[in-house]
Design a protein around this ligand. Structure first.
Ligand SMILES: [Zn+2]
Ligand SMILES: [Zn+2]
Length: 224
């Protein structure tokens, strides 16, 4: 897609996206079109181009393993530069500090489309030190959820695929409404998952369906 979107346009699009997402979560009725109409008038671009941009924003969120608005299916045609800007606007809006990942993932994705010569890589990769925002979690919540799972994934019901170094079944605790999206660190919002299901819930095409099935199947979960 065109790369000449101004920072103001990107910012306004992300703000609108966050507002729509909030409406979706709280069950407040809204039409996506009214957002596009407003943005279209403000910036003199078509409503359709804003709809596409919103789908690009969904794509950036999906790359980050985060939830996106139902009905705004991730659309991949966003360059690494704009993706990085969109990611930065989110972290700024949410008042967080995070390690940027979108540009790296999108560069890797784009590179996959070409026939690549074997890269030499870097023997001594340089590093940066960054400050990040971390959610304070309660170890008791993790422990209790793990106990409830009794060694089986609460998503696919299969036994943990391997034991950890300490010999206990390896499962990971996941917050169904992500902590980054304002989800609570409570047992009503946490499940124990095998690594496969955990990855799928963050990055899978079928993640939204899996979330619904978790709410149906795990009795203690409460939608937030
Ligand atoms: Zn599983
Ligand atoms: Zn998770």
């Amino acid at each position: 897609m065109d790369e000449e979107w101004s920072d103001d346009e990107l910012r306004a699009a992300v703000h609108a996206y966050v507002e729509m997402q909030r409406n979706e979560r709280t069950g407040t009725p809204f039409t996506k079109k009214s957002f596009y109409t407003r943005l279209s008038k403000q910036f003199g671009r078509s409503e359709k181009s804003f709809e596409f941009r919103m789908q690009n924003i969904s794509y950036v969120l999906s790359v980050l393993g985060r939830d996106w608005i139902t009905g705004l299916k991730p659309m991949r045609n966003v360059g690494a530069k704009n993706a990085a800007k969109i990611e930065a606007i989110f972290t700024e809006l949410e008042g967080r500090k995070a390690v940027p990942v979108a540009a790296f993932e999108i560069d890797a994705h784009e590179a996959k489309k070409r026939r690549l010569a074997r890269p030499t890589g870097t023997r001594k990769p340089s590093s940066t030190t960054a400050e990040i925002t971390q959610h304070q979690r309660d170890p008791a919540v993790k422990a209790w959820v793990m106990q409830q799972a009794t060694g089986n994934c609460e998503c696919c019901n299969q036994p943990a695929p391997f034991n950890g170094a300490d010999g206990s079944p390896f499962l990971e605790v996941h917050h169904v409404r992500h902590l980054a999206d304002g989800g609570s660190d409570t047992v009503e919002n946490a499940v124990a998952l095998c690594p496969n299901c955990h990855r799928e819930l963050h990055y899978g095409q079928g993640a939204k369906a899996l979330v619904s099935s978790l709410y149906d199947r795990v009795g203690r979960l409460v939608r937030e």
